[in-house]
Design a protein around this ligand. Structure first.
Ligand code: WTA
Length: 658
């Protein structure tokens, strides 16, 4: 079979990026993890004697009600961590800070899109969550029940998550940009009993009709008995008698204190649906102690958290980044989290920079797709603001093109903020490959080295490690505490999707990503294996071709796909969006083809360059190459587009005359 033949080859890596940025003495002097030697030593301990390392961390980091008896029970692909232990995740995020210097510290600083600001201290957050926990229990919610959360980015979303955790209910947060249909499927898959929502949320000056969407979804979701509604946008909505309750009314009579029950280490904490490339979404299941430990420990070291920090993660709580690095990892560390409801370009494309100055944000964690949008909107929007409170920058979600990295470094970080390019996944629960700021020298485009306890390898199809600088599949060879436990209700699919890629190593987790390790052991993610390009017999990751294009000063964003070609097997088609002020011309197409040829060699010279006003993306900002491939191959898109963010992009691409 031809398919098979192709996939037996490893990936050729063509990137030539060689810049290295050493941590500044200033940052290094105050970093939580003193030195690179300490990292090396701790890392070696964490992978050579994981039981000892994790036992120590679990005891030091978490508040236990009952100590665990065994660190890990590993029957691949099923893991149980901290067996026999009991704790409450909400207590670990809230109660532990009461009676400490953090009690009256801001837990959440919120800014709504219209400009309203609210600050909630740890003590206030604790009361909100306690009262809401009573509301849930009064509604008959029992430990293990599933609750869907479909909300805007407002403090009540965080309160709802923590209240679920407090009573042992399993939340499934559905991103507020998803359609009623997508919400319905998720509710039905996990048989949710309650939906928590709002009348609406603000996005680009308009109301997102969340409650109306819930009403539509519930027409086909019979398991839901009750709906709780936060008043946010105050337009008229329909309240169904006996089913729907206003949050505020339910909350008013509830007692201030709530005794949190202790739950088993492996008690399910949440299900988060992630779209597979095909088929129905996968319900990734995370449990309590291991997940929380992963999120907490990584937050501390990767963001170098200090009590004085004001931390802004731009991800919505509908994504794993919002779960681990807005809610659980940060609040368990007693940090101040800044929450923003709306769009980055409302009212103008400098909203983030304005808020960073206004609230004195010190740490910014965002995605390459956002960084490329800022680059495209132009530097003037950034230069209006000081940004001198920032001390650390982070990136997540896609490979960051070296050019975007350099822009982030110079324009936002003013060359003084370290950048942590963090590789991880919904399934991994917490950051896996990342620099430690002040410690790890960084290279633009590389997520650098593994975090504690993480044992990644770049391997061939047999699961054998490939030599340095060769491309291959990225596998994680040892279990880690925050790993997914299964796919909700589907152990078989879990095994098939993640633990069957390397039959000789049934204990290796397959990430689905292609990668390369350079001579220093640094990891470079070259793209999803499913998207790999096959050009004249070479398998090349999409990220490398795209980065070459983005390194041209006129290019804002690029996507590379392969199209079947009788002569070459596949020909290379690239879709390109230009920065403000540049026009698409035939001449520019030629310039870009030669530019790629020059950057990475003529083998990767695109056969066709197509200009586009926008690229199709998922709602979390990842480029949907699958759709572009279809378009390049057949001129049509028939595949599943339910996760597409903006349908007009596809229409515009189709009407392109090429
Ligand atoms: C990609 C997001 C390169 C990768 C936390 C991964 C990255 C998928 C990076 C998971 C990074 C995420 N460099 N690629 N720093 N971070 N990815 O589940 O392909 O939304 O497998 O989790 O995003 O996406 P997910």
């Amino acid at each position: 079979m031809e398919e098979k033949q192709v996939s037996d080859q490893t990936i050729t890596s063509v990137s030539r990026e060689s810049r290295v940025f050493k941590p500044s003495a200033e940052f290094k002097g105050q970093a939580n993890l003193g030195s690179f030697e300490t990292y090396r030593k701790l890392y070696a301990e964490s992978v050579n004697a994981p039981d000892k390392f994790w036992a120590k961390q679990a005891n030091a980091q978490l508040v236990w009600r009952k100590p665990f008896k065994q660190v890990l029970q590993w029957k691949p692909p099923f893991a149980k961590w901290f067996v026999g232990g009991k704790l409450n995740v909400s207590e670990n995020c809230l109660d532990r800070h009461l009676g400490t210097a953090r009690e009256n510290k801001a837990a959440i600083i919120f800014e709504g899109e219209p400009g309203d600001v609210r600050t909630i201290t740890y003590r206030q957050l604790y009361f909100h969550v306690c009262r809401f926990a009573h509301v849930l229990e009064n509604m008959g919610v029992k430990p293990g029940d599933r609750i869907a959360i479909y909300m805007p980015m407002i403090p009540e979303a965080v309160i709802a998550m923590l209240a679920c955790a407090r009573v042992g209910a399993v939340h499934t947060v559905v991103f507020g940009g998803f359609s009623p249909e997508a919400l319905k499927d998720r509710i039905n898959d996990c048989k949710a009993k309650v939906v928590i929502t709002a009348d609406g949320g603000w996005r680009r000056g308009k109301i997102v009709e969340l409650k109306a969407n819930v009403d539509k979804a519930l027409e086909g979701a019979p398991t839901v008995q009750s709906v709780l509604v936060v008043k946010r946008t105050a337009q008229d909505i329909n309240m169904v008698e006996g089913r729907d309750t206003w949050w505020r009314e339910a909350w008013q009579g509830a007692p201030n204190f709530h005794d949190a029950k202790a739950f088993d280490s492996e008690h399910p904490l949440f299900i988060l649906y992630t779209s597979g490339s095909t088929g129905k979404p996968k319900g990734v299941l995370h449990t309590s102690a291991g997940y929380l430990l992963g999120a907490k420990l990584s937050s501390q070291y990767v963001f170098d958290l200090k009590d004085s920090d004001r931390y802004f993660c731009t991800a919505d709580i509908g994504w794993i980044t919002g779960h681990s690095y807005v809610v659980y990892g940060l609040l368990s560390n007693g940090s101040t989290v800044f929450l923003y409801e709306g769009a980055p370009n409302q009212p103008e494309p400098d909203r983030f920079w304005q808020m960073i100055d206004r609230h004195g944000i010190t740490i910014l964690y965002t995605a390459p797709t956002a960084i490329r949008a800022f680059m495209r909107w132009g530097d003037a929007y950034v230069l209006r603001h000081r940004l001198d409170s920032l001390r650390l920058l982070g990136s997540v979600g896609e490979p960051i093109n070296p050019e975007a990295w350099m822009w982030y470094h110079k324009m936002i970080g003013k060359k003084k903020c370290p950048i942590v390019d963090t590789w991880w996944q919904t399934e991994t629960g917490s950051i896996m490959i990342t620099p430690i700021p002040g410690v790890t020298p960084t290279k633009p485009g590389s997520a650098t080295l593994p975090f504690f306890g993480v044992a990644p390898k770049v391997v061939d199809n047999a699961g054998k490690e490939v030599p340095r600088n060769s491309g291959g599949k990225l596998a994680i060879t040892k279990p880690w505490p925050s790993m997914l436990r299964t796919l909700w209700g589907d152990d078989e699919r879990f095994k098939k999707a993640y633990f069957s890629e390397f039959p000789e190593h049934p204990d290796y987790y397959f990430t689905g990503d292609g990668a390369r390790q350079d001579k220093d052991g640094y990891f470079w993610i070259v793209g999803r294996i499913d998207d790999v390009l096959n050009v004249s017999g070479h398998r090349i990751g999409t990220a490398e071709v795209e980065s070459a294009l983005v390194s041209h000063p006129f290019v804002a964003e690029a996507a590379a796909v392969g199209r079947p070609d009788e002569l070459k097997g596949q020909s290379l088609v690239v879709f390109v969006t230009l920065k403000a002020g540049h026009e698409p011309t035939d001449e520019l197409k030629e310039v870009l083809r030669s530019h790629v040829g020059k950057e990475i060699g003529s083998l990767a010279k695109p056969d066709q360059v197509r200009f586009a006003a926008g690229l199709p993306k998922t709602r979390s900002g990842k480029i949907m190459r699958r759709l572009l491939k279809e378009l390049a191959t057949s001129g049509e898109i028939k595949g599943d587009t339910t996760t597409l963010e903006d349908f007009s992009v596809i229409a515009a691409l189709k009407s392109d005359d090429e």
